[in-house]
Structures are given as C-alpha cells and as structure tokens.
Design a protein. Sequence first.
Length: 267
Amino acid sequence: MSSIVERDVERLASSLVRHGVGAVEVSFVLGSGLGAFAERITRARAIPYAEIDGLPVSGVAGHAGRLVVGEIDGVRVLAQQGRVHLYEGWSVHEVTRAVRAIATLGCRTFVMTNAAGGIRPEWRPGTLMAIRDHINMQGRTPLRRAERGFGNPYDDRLRAGLQRAAQELAIELEYGVYVGLLGPSYETPAEIRMLAAFGGDAVGMSTVAEVLAARACGARVAGVSLITNQAAGISGERLSHAEVIAAGQEAAGRFSALLERSVRHMR
C-alpha cells in the first residue's frame, strides 16, 4: 500500500476508536438487501457511516450505511450494513479501507456476504451458497507486491462452521465459486455461459477485493452468497436490482439465522 492509502486506513481506524468501536472478534459485511442480520445483534449500537471520518458511503439501494457493533452469543461482533462498490466510482483501496481499518483494530475473522446471480440452473432464488473460492474478473486488486502468494483466501474451518450451523438449523447450504465482475451492468447470456465454463457458480459485483485485503491483513475469511436471481439466459426473466432486494427480504430469516448461529462455531 502507498503511504497515502495507509494514512487513510489509520485515519478511519482512529475514527472508529473515537466512536467506541474497538477490537471485535467477528466482522460481517452485509450485501444488498441483507442488512436485517444486524437486528440479531444484542447490546447493539448503530453508527451512521456519514459520522465516521474516512468511511466511504454507498449510494446503492439496499445498503443502510451503518456500522452496528454489539454481541452475539457473548462474542463481540461488528456488522457493516452496506458497502461501496467499484462500479460506483470508488477505487479498490477505498472499497477495502473499512476492512483494513477493522483488521488494524484487531479483528481476525471476517464474514463477507453478497447478493449474487445463480449460474447453476438448478439453484433457485433464495439459495444460500458458502463460497469455497472465487474468480476475480474485476481487473483490480487491493494487494501490494509483498501481499501476494497465499492461495485460496477462504478459510476451511470457517466454512465448516457455516456448515455446522446450517445442519443445526436444518437450512440447506450449497457450496460454490463466486465470480466477481466490475459491473454495473448485468451479464449477457453469452458471458454467463463463459463464466460457467470457467467454473463459476454465482456472479456478483463485490466481495473479492475485500476478501483479498482481509486475508492480506492476516485475518480468516468466510463468504456467503444469497442467490437472488438466476443469471441472464437461464430463466429468461429480465434482471433488476429491485428483484435482488426483494429476494434478500424474502430470505432474510434463513440468512440471518445462519449467520447468527455460525458465530459460536467461528471462535
């Protein structure tokens, strides 16, 4: 990272401390329409992004733009209700600034979530997918040269914790590869066929940069995608962001229950 990027991370970390956000054990990044999970946090305190010095604010619908800090099962947790995206015009360092700042304050477990299009025809909207790997097709990386070489950034033990939580709750959980594209346009049917041939199972416009940055900071990382729609050319339906938000609301109960139960298995 450049000295400017490092200073921005330090400025944000200092602002978080001033707002009473110290070290947390597990940090969640909540994607489009998935912010309801934060309601499960006890002893919670919410801080609008706009009040935090150096924290970029998203203008995308379905992102509340708040940090919620509190506890789940006695574990101190933090939830980001929304994130900024490359397609909004933010740089890759701005997109990952929050993750790096939270890691600077001592967090060593991150759970990244997103709304995604399903590439597998058999996966219906509402399917939950634990990410086992990703393909970065955003043409961006948040990493400096010294941060290369750690292989698959997704932690096997954290994914096993998600699986155990799903089994305890009788929630069906799929596993697959997330493809991160730049956006903001949805993919064409031909592009979806290409991504399927590459081994992708779900596609979206976020997550991969944050995962890489968190792992580079020495943290463990897990990822969960909510399949909100079937990708272009699979169902024949027209894609829309409103559909993404609606699917998130419909699956909010199962999604939130899964994340809540998984906390006890991530220590």
